[in-house]
Design a protein around this ligand. Structure first.
Ligand code: VGL
Ligand code: ZN
Length: 209
């Protein structure tokens, strides 16, 4: 069991990112047993849940003439357009049925404002609007984070990098992650995480101290 200064953050382990989902990540459901095994080792567990209104500006369907996986410029910077996914209250937005969610202390929903996406669990895509998660963790005396989930190159990447920038010690369990991998985005994500000081390892190699 880890100490009270450490939390497990499980990113977006939701139906739409698993095989058969609207934005399926190859082998996405393979992360579920890895996440469940980790849950037993932590006192503090936070789940994130991608949670979009149907008119969300990250959906290609809300930009006539634009294709999914193309890039547009938003007031806050470049944004990939996605197939509609994780619509609030839908089955696609629900956590994978085998994920053990009962032990979660907090569920952080993100991407709920139509005008702005939120990959990171800490800041929306303008990199300024906070979700409040850092305050929650700091108030509880948590300084170390273990992260895993979906997708490595988007929500996991930005959550891990933001957490490291905020001063948390961040370890990524790579076997509990799967990537979308658009145009080299997985390699870019790994480089960005390493650059930010995130430790990349596997769940079997985590050292708890
Ligand atoms: C994600 C794209 C759009 C993710 C969420 O969880 O990585 N990716 N929304
Ligand atoms: Zn999303």
């Amino acid at each position: 069991m880890t100490g009270p200064d450490t939390a497990l953050i499980l990113i977006d382990i939701q139906n739409d990112f698993c095989p058969g989902g609207a934005l399926a990540v190859a082998d996405g459901d393979a992360v579920v047993p890895v996440a469940n095994a980790l849950i037993d080792k932590f006192e503090t567990i936070v789940l994130t849940q991608d949670w979009h209104p149907a008119d969300h500006s990250s959906f290609a369907s809300n930009h006539p003439g634009k294709d999914a996986f193309s890039l547009i410029e938003m007031p806050y910077g470049p944004q990939v357009l996605w197939p509609p996914h994780c619509i609030q209250g839908s089955e696609g937005a629900a956590f994978h049925k085998d994920l053990v969610t009962d032990k979660a202390n907090l569920i952080v929903r993100k991407g709920f404002r139509s005008a702005i996406d939120s990959y990171s669990a800490f800041f929306e895509n303008d990199h300024e609007t906070t979700t409040g998660l850092a305050g929650y963790l700091k108030d509880r005396g948590i300084s170390k984070l273990v992260m895993t989930g979906l997708a490595t190159d988007f929500c996991v990447r930005f959550s891990a990098v933001d957490a490291a920038k905020l001063g948390f010690s961040v370890t990524l369990a790579e076997d509990g992650c799967r990537a979308i991998d658009l145009d080299g985005s997985l390699d870019a994500a790994k480089a960005a995480m390493r650059e930010a000081g995130v430790t990349l390892t596997t769940s079997g190699n985590l050292t708890f101290g």
